[in-house]
Design a protein around this ligand. Structure first.
Ligand SMILES: *Cc1c(COP(=O)(O)O)cnc(C)c1O
Length: 348
């Protein structure tokens, strides 16, 4: 029990989350639209994300591990969950205690599920070129999934975010497996795949990034809304004279008298070094640039343009994902999943 308040705020815009899911769904030309909520809903809090998406009409969810499924507790009731890492050697008891189904990725997992699954449904991942997880198309052809109760036969795109022949090759490889298993449905598209058009949607899509405000491809620009807002507080305001420097390594030196505000956020919170000298705080419609290096728990901004900003005030950090990614050199995925433990997660 603690009386100390969380020092940082992470605002989750539930309406934007739901709108982004509906956009993904509308792009699927009648395909069902699921949601990837692994890594605690990409860092935003899986329980709340599942609740909001279920309200919007989402029924099928993907987590990476059985621990993630278990952590959702009652939030999974009435919904369909699949565990992307499948049923490993140490997962047997967790699998049997869960209502989620495994995504079987290897021949060993298929054999294990035959032994323990008792005819319960599973998904099967077939690797059509990413060479990450999944059985080979030839193995499906050879009948390794025969007799399994397969809900979804799925594959995953390697280069959905770019052009080139690989997307189409992977699409055809999955299409060629239609009817080769008992699968009720086929699934290929993540967020980027959804942008590639209805031919990639098959029966069920699995967006993650785009739900949370990420823009994987130009097709989603202007359609996807910002979901996450990051807020920090001013711990100290100070003024430095021309020639003085700021922070570790003295990487910023003032050319003139400069007003600073020191914020209580740093790389330990996921506001990583990529924002050093590049990030922006937003204060009442004005921008205040980050100066010097981001520290573990502190970040300095130039506050000349915001004389009203005082110790204890809250400021928003520019965290619109496509822009923040361009500025920081981090991926939109990393910007979400590295956000730390010091945030109060607020649902608007
Ligand atoms: C994470 C993941 C997704 C979602 O991908 P995004 O790029 O975030 O849309 C879909 N399918 C699989 C198998 C995944 O691992």
């Amino acid at each position: 029990l603690t009386s100390a308040k969380a020092p940082l705020r992470l605002r989750l815009d539930g309406a934007a989350l739901a709108a982004n899911w509906r956009w993904c769904e509308s792009r699927g030309a009648g395909a069902e639209c699921g949601a990837a909520v692994k890594a605690d809903g990409y860092g935003l809090g899986a329980t709340e994300v599942v609740r909001r998406l279920a309200e919007a009409g989402c029924r099928t969810f993907y987590v990476a591990t059985w621990a993630e499924a278990e952590a959702l507790g009652d939030a999974t009731v009435g919904l369909s969950f699949a565990v992307l890492h499948g049923v490993g050697r140490d997962d047997v008891s967790a699998t049997l205690a869960s209502s989620a189904r495994p995504v079987l990725n290897t021949l060993a997992q298929v054999a294990r599920w035959r032994e323990i699954g008792g005819g319960r449904p599973c998904d099967v991942m077939v690797d059509t070129g990413i060479n990450r997880l999944g059985v080979a198309p030839t193995e499906i052809g050879a009948g390794i999934a025969e007799g399994l109760n397969v809900d979804t036969l799925m594959s995953h795109l390697a280069c959905g975010e770019s052009a080139g022949g690989m997307n189409e090759r992977q699409r055809k490889a999955l299409e060629a497996l239609r009817g080769s298993t008992s699968a009720k449905r086929l699934s290929l598209a993540n967020s980027a795949g959804i942008c590639l058009g209805p031919a990639f949607a098959f029966d069920l899509t699995r967006p993650g990034l785009a739900l949370y405000g990420g823009v994987p491809r130009a097709e989603a620009e202007g359609a996807i809304r910002q979901v996450v807002r990051v807020e920090a507080r001013v711990v100290q305001r100070r003024r430095i004279e021309a020639g003085e420097s700021v922070g570790y390594g003295a990487t910023f030196t003032a050319e003139e008298a400069t007003e600073l505000a020191i914020l209580n956020i740093g790389y330990a919170d996921g506001y990583l070094h990529g924002f050093s000298g590049k990030g922006r705080a937003l204060v009442g419609g004005k921008e205040a640039p980050v100066v010097g290096r981001v520290s573990m728990d502190l970040t300095a901004i130039r506050a000349n343009a915001v004389p009203e900003l005082a110790e204890g005030d809250w400021v928003e950090l520019q965290y619109d994902l496509p822009r923040a990614a361009a500025v920081s050199g981090l991926s939109q995925y990393e910007l979400l999943t590295t956000l730390g433990q010091r945030f109060e997660r607020i649902r608007d």
